[in-house]
Design a protein around this ligand. Sequence first.
Ligand code: ZN
Length: 143
Amino acid sequence: MNITVTPGRKIIGRLAKGEDLLAALENCAREHGITLGEVQAIGAVTKARVGYYNQTERKYYFLDLARPLEILSLTGNISLKDGKPMVHAHVTLSDHDGLALGGHLAEGTLAFACEFAIQEYKSATPLVRQMDDPTGLFLWPYK
Ligand code: ZN
């Protein structure tokens, strides 16, 4: 499955210290009425919570990284789930030795400083996440 999209608005900004990255990015998308798009960000966090999906158990395991880390790269997308814009993002973080770790961005990741950009896309039909039986995940439709 693939669809053609055209670029819409681009929103850039920064989060306040202490804001939850996932919640704040989702709120920003909702405030601007963005139902389809891309998200990216760089900066630093005071702590992070990232998920790893165990494909056999079909279950997320979460890792709490309770220390300051750099956001080397946060990349993700925006689409509809249950009628609301949902941000799905992955994040690569680094520690004081420059070592990288990361995963599926979860609530509980708090900004120290974070600069973000959201690119809106327009499409003829909305992109809605649906339960995908082979993976157990809410994904974009395959056909
Ligand atoms: Zn993910």
